[in-house]
Write a protein that binds this ligand. Structure first.
Ligand code: BGC
Length: 362
């Protein structure tokens, strides 16, 4: 059953059908209750973003459905608190840990304790770096997330069709403490950099390095501040922003607030990620251009299957054993496909698949 589902995941079938298959699997497995007496520790980064709430809820429900006891912790984006939470869960004798790290380099000590206690660790969505004690990784194709964002900008500006521009673009990335931020940014820049080099795209702020464009804690307010500063410092002679590379919907909405405050009545192209409800509303209204949809239901399914295989002493299925070197070793991974969503396909991808309801968009 799992094998069939996973063939579908990498195939061309739409997310809606995949989600249906996944949920059918969940309910079939629900009766087996194989997890009797075993505990799962789940460490999530924050409740300030919708996706992590969904991730935590989906994981907890799926593990409980299979008969596991679950401890689900959120650390409000404070890395030290997440370390304490993991240490506590190790002390409580969980059998496996699923961790979406806040600071990818802060967990070595806690994971050494987990290893000592024979607890396997799955890095969830965000890879944990510089430790031998992370066993598996489940995520999406993070480079492709950036590729989808960069490609969207290139296509909408007509750059790929030879439009000379020059168009003004500003660049935003995620938190430097999150390994994904670099993958997203590099994926997008692989598309955009040739147009910058060729003069079709111009970054008036001159801020093009990851360190310059990163956003602490992925915080939309931080991004809003930076966009406001860019507008008042570099767009003083009537220049207009034509596009903004934004890595995450919360950041996109901060950028849009800054542009709105500066008097933009028509928004430039603004990318995003996560298909958050507020951003989907913006996409329908034409304020945000696109988002990258990552079906967190599928990520939870894949992760739960992996954890169950580990706990039953089986080799979990992986589909990537080359991409994610954490500085100590290449971490075997199961990667899912992200999907580009805009006003033309949100209905099919998000509503018809049941990821978001019509009611949520009212
Ligand atoms: C996740 C994104 C999310 C971001 C901010 C990243 O690690 O992959 O989906 O937008 O964190 O929470």
């Amino acid at each position: 059953m799992n094998v069939n589902r996973r063939h579908l995941l990498t195939g061309s079938i739409g997310a809606a059908a995949v989600a249906l298959v996944a949920s059918a699997c969940a309910s079939e497995d629900g009766d087996s209750g194989s997890g009797g007496g075993k505990k799962v520790g789940i460490a999530m980064p924050t409740k300030t973003s919708e996706r992590w709430i969904l991730d935590g809820d989906n994981l907890k429900a799926a593990f409980e459905d299979k008969g596991y006891e679950v401890s689900l912790q959120y650390a409000n984006d404070v890395a030290a608190d997440q370390v304490s939470q993991i240490e506590t869960m190790v002390g409580q004798g969980v059998n496996v840990l699923v961790i979406a790290a806040i600071d990818n380099k802060s967990l070595s000590g806690a994971l050494a304790q987990a290893k000592e206690a024979d607890i396997k660790v799955i890095a969830y969505d965000r890879l944990i770096l510089d430790t031998p004690d992370v066993d598996y990784y489940t995520s999406f194709d993070n480079t492709k997330v950036g590729t989808l964002q960069g490609t969207y900008i290139a296509e909408k500006l007509g750059l790929d069709a030879g439009e000379a521009g020059p168009f003004n673009i500003e660049l935003f990335a995620g938190a430097l403490t999150d390994n994904n931020a670099r993958y997203f940014f590099d994926g997008a820049m692989a598309v955009l950099q040739p147009y910058i080099d060729g003069g079709q795209l111009v970054v008036l702020s001159g801020q093009t390095d990851l360190e310059q464009v990163a956003t602490e804690n992925w915080d939309g307010a931080v991004a809003q501040d930076r966009m406001e500063t860019i507008l008042t410092s570099f767009y003083t002679a009537g220049q207009q922003v034509d596009a903004v590379l934004a890595p995450f919907d919360g950041i996109s909405r901060g950028i849009i607030a800054a542009l709105d405050g500066a008097g933009y009545t028509t928004m430039p192209i603004v990318t995003g990620q996560d298909a958050e409800v507020d951003s989907v509303k913006y996409i329908i209204a034409g304020t945000q251009s696109m988002t990258v949809y990552k079906d967190t239901r599928l990520l939870a399914e894949v992760t739960v299957d992996m954890a169950v295989d580990i706990l039953e002493g089986k080799d979990p299925e992986i589909n990537d054993d080359t991409t994610y070197d954490n500085g100590d070793h290449v971490v075997p991974a199961y990667l899912l496909e992200p999907v580009s969503v805009d006003a033309t396909n949100y209905q099919a991808e998000l509503i018809d698949s049941g990821y978001i309801t019509e009611d949520q968009l009212q």
